[in-house]
Design a protein around this ligand. Structure first.
Ligand code: FAD
Length: 420
């Protein structure tokens, strides 16, 4: 392949990947005044790239604050659905300790979380970003090589060379940028897949999120609005062993609806799914390092965790807000976006948070994934104990930890912009 002989294009920050993580990083960093180019190999126009993503995201209160502050939520087509309470139970087939049910409720100052559809969020990100002068979005641009030079990170993009101070890798779980940096990944295949789709139901969800733990994985039902017919709608994330998940996704809508309704034990009345569920393979993947000279990893390129706590994208927003704080503070004192204080500070705070969240979700998955009778009773008694005996402040502290992470929350998560 012939290379262009022109001198490399220069830029302050290059973001590789225009998925949810790439857009979150671009918008967060735009407030620092940095010049940003975001590249994606997808050829669709920005905003349509993930139109087929059927997933929904439960935004934590801090994430909600950050996306409101970045004007993203007001650009969504659908108003986010607040989750006012969460019910955690075990499947009917699991032997139970009496009263073994865990309930969480929202507080007076807000909901537990807010549901948004991924494709709606992605389109809103694209709409807002297009109007920001220091963000340039380029589609159909594949990063095929990368090397550190004395002047910064040099990228080969299609046939073109670019040099930047900082590369932000948002290129997903199979990140090529991570490979170029030689970063090792700790990984574990869960041998499970998550089935995801919307369904309508005859009984109202009352803004309650439901999570049922089965031996092979959890089933979550997350409240959404109503469909054009006025029916109540929720989204499900149903985890099963990979083979069974594939078999379930091949069922007709009627048979799948029946199978789902059996799992829910009538909790939402008559149910109907309209689309074939998508199947997402589940794995734990943690990059050993989140930063290198002139580069940081963000989003799924840095961490892929079990979706049972719905925290993957919430972690990503904390990554983006932390990076933006670090870049802003460096630039305020005349340092570059690639300064050691930026990359080393990012690594220190984000790696610890992601490892803690990965440990938590992995531990919950293991604890609920056993059918060994004494353990199952112990777990059930534990749920009852936590629900009845734990003071509400302690439950609240747990929720706050999951929402804000291990370090003090950065500006955007507190709802503060850089420019006022
Ligand atoms: C079943 C399921 C349910 C989930 N539910 C929740 C939830 O409720 N709450 C939550 O917080 N999180 C949740 N998550 C996690 C969340 O969905 C993901 O973390 C998030 O979608 C990942 O976004 P990303 O931008 O990092 O990666 P991706 O969406 O994979 O985007 C990567 C982008 O990089 C581009 N790219 C790749 N390589 C290159 C290259 N070489 N050059 C140029 N471009 C490139 C791709 O085209 C793509 O657009 C869930 C995950 C799963 C699997």
């Amino acid at each position: 392949m012939q290379m262009s002989s022109l001198s490399p294009e220069t830029c302050e920050i290059v973001i590789v990947g225009a998925g949810l993580a790439g857009y979150a990083a671009a918008l967060a960093l735009s407030g620092t005044g940095a010049d940003i180019i975001m590249l994606d190999r997808g050829t669709d126009k920005a905003g349509n790239a993930s139109h087929s993503d059927p997933r929904t995201t439960a935004l934590s209160p801090s994430s909600f604050k950050m996306l409101s502050c970045l004007d993203v939520l007001s650009a969504c087509r659908e108003t986010p659905t607040p989750i006012s309470a969460m019910k955690i139970t075990e499947a009917v087939s699991v032997p139970k300790w009496p009263g073994g049910l865990l309930n969480f409720e929202g507080t007076d100052d807000g909901a537990l979380a807010y549901m948004v559809r991924n494709h709606d969020l992605h389109a809103a990100f694209a709409k807002v970003s297009r109007n920001i002068p220091n963000i340039s979005i380029r589609q159909g641009q594949t990063v095929t090589d990368m090397e550190q030079t004395p002047n910064g990170m040099q990228l080969t993009v299609n046939n073109h060379q670019m040099i930047c101070d900082l590369v932000v890798a948002c290129d997903g779980r199979q990140s090529l940028v991570r490979d170029f940096l030689g970063t090792r990944v700790i990984q574990r295949d869960y041998h499970r897949a998550a089935l995801v789709a919307d369904f309508s139901h005859s009984l109202p969800h009352e803004n309650i999120a439901r999570q049922i733990f089965k031996t092979d994985g959890p089933l979550a039902c997350l409240p959404l609005g109503r469909n054009p017919n006025g029916d109540h709608v929720s989204s499900f994330v149903w985890v099963e062993k990979t083979k069974r998940a594939q078999n379930l996704s091949a069922l007709s809508s009627e048979r799948f609806s029946y199978a789902l309704s059996e799992q829910l034990d009538g909790a939402l009345g008559d149910i109907e799914i309209s689309d074939t569920p998508h199947c997402f393979p589940l794995a734990l993947m943690l990059a050993e390092n989140y930063a290198a000279p002139h580069a940081v990893l963000l989003g799924d390129a840095a961490h892929v965790i079990h979706p049972l706590a719905g925290q993957g994208f919430n972690l990503t927003l904390r990554d983006a807000a932390t990076l933006a704080d670090n870049v802003f503070e460096a630039k305020m004192v005349g340092l570059k976006a690639c300064d050691m204080s930026v990359t080393a500070g990012y690594q220190l705070s984000r790696r610890a948070d992601a490892f803690a969240m990965a440990g938590l979700t992995d531990g919950l998955n293991t604890m609920f994934g056993t059918s060994f009778l004494p353990l199952s009773w112990l777990r059930h008694a534990g749920l009852a104990l936590v629900n009845n005996a734990l003071p509400s402040q302690a439950k609240l502290a747990g929720q706050k930890y999951a929402d804000r992470g291990t370090t003090a929350p950065p500006r955007l998560l507190r709802g503060h912009k850089f420019n006022g």
